[in-house]
Design a protein around this ligand. Structure first.
Ligand SMILES: NC(=O)c1ccc[n+]([C@@H]2O[C@H](COP(=O)([O-])OP(=O)(O)OC[C@H]3O[C@@H](n4cnc5c(N)ncnc54)[C@H](O)[C@@H]3O)[C@@H](O)[C@H]2O)c1
Length: 265
């Protein structure tokens, strides 16, 4: 029970359509299994409810649109109203191809703004509304889900990469400026994961068989030549959210099976 009695707000707690478990849903399940009270917020309420149905402990499902500050503020308020505190903000929302992202010669203003509004601005606004409660509590943990795309030169599209780099820079800033209040802020960098968001979205966008896309991704992973799963992300987040990580702030933790090891040469 490493999260006993802790209140966790997950933004993007539902899941894209497809096979297997997503990072956000797996994290909700793992936090709950460890004793957390979970507020599952998502633009797709039904998907958030499908997450809460799988939770062992107390939970609520909330509609929240990451593109709307007032909607994020309402999700924070609903969580505070229910449990009176927020111990962990876990910002999982992230879109790439589904948000219209493209390469440097095709990117449009509209797609750039859309992806950055969801991935980066939403993170900043969620932090804005959760920090006052955490400062008052003199404790709190913020976990942002970025991507190895932020670190590698291999990534092909524009808005996803830049939004994920922005998340890292911003997390370092809030870690520094909120350390005196006992608030920790860290980033998780998923690598190639076998999740609906990563694999099934590409199946739909590219019109190719799932097995083909999955085996190409598997082949690029140094460790065991196999993608990771949502459970790998969830377990890393559990550690960062728990008191075991109580002296860790401002870091970006790759959970990538060694994928970033390619970048040196
Ligand atoms: N899966 C991977 O391979 C991989 C790799 C690197 C990084 N990531 C990151 O992991 C995170 C997501 O992983 P996942 O597997 O849980 O994805 P997912 O797509 O299954 O879940 C994300 C949830 O966010 C919700 N969402 C989308 N737009 C929203 C909005 N405007 N407001 C509120 N909710 C919204 C979706 O409805 C969905 O339920 C993202 O930040 C992504 O960039 C994933």
């Amino acid at each position: 029970m490493r999260m006993h009695g802790k209140v966790v707000l997950i933004v993007g707690a539902g899941q894209s359509p497809g096979q297997g478990i997503g990072n956000g849903r797996a994290s909700a399940i793992v936090y709950s299994r460890e004793g957390a009270l979970v507020a599952a917020a998502d633009i797709d309420l039904e998907s958030a409810q499908q997450t809460t149905e799988q939770l062992a402990g107390e939970s609520i499902a909330i509609t929240a649109d990451a593109k709307s500050e007032s909607s994020l503020a309402a999700a924070v308020d609903a969580t505070l109203e229910k449990w009176g505190r927020i111990d962990v903000l876990h910002y999982n929302v992230g879109v790439s191809l589904a948000g219209g992202d493209k390469g440097p010669l095709e990117i449009s203003e509209e797609a750039f703004d859309n992806v950055n509004a969801i991935n980066l601005r939403g993170y900043i606004m969620a932090c804005k509304h959760v920090l006052p409660a955490m400062r008052k509590q003199q404790s709190g943990v913020i976990i942002g889900i970025s991507s190895v795309a932020a670190m590698t030169t291999n990534y092909a599209t524009v808005a996803y990469k830049t939004s994920k780099v922005g998340m890292i820079a911003y997390t370092e800033q809030i870690a520094q400026h909120n350390a005196e209040f006992g608030i920790r802020a860290n980033i998780v960098l998923p690598g190639l994961m076998d999740t609906p968001m990563a694999v099934d979205t590409r199946v739909r966008e590219w019109g190719r068989p799932r097995e083909e896309i999955a085996s190409e991704r598997d082949a690029r992973v140094p460790l065991r030549k196999k993608m990771g799963t949502g459970w790998d992300i969830a377990n890393a987040c559990l550690f960062l959210a728990s008191d075991e990580a109580s002296f860790i702030t401002g870091v970006s933790l790759p959970v990538d099976g060694g994928a970033l090891l390619h970048t040196g040469y």
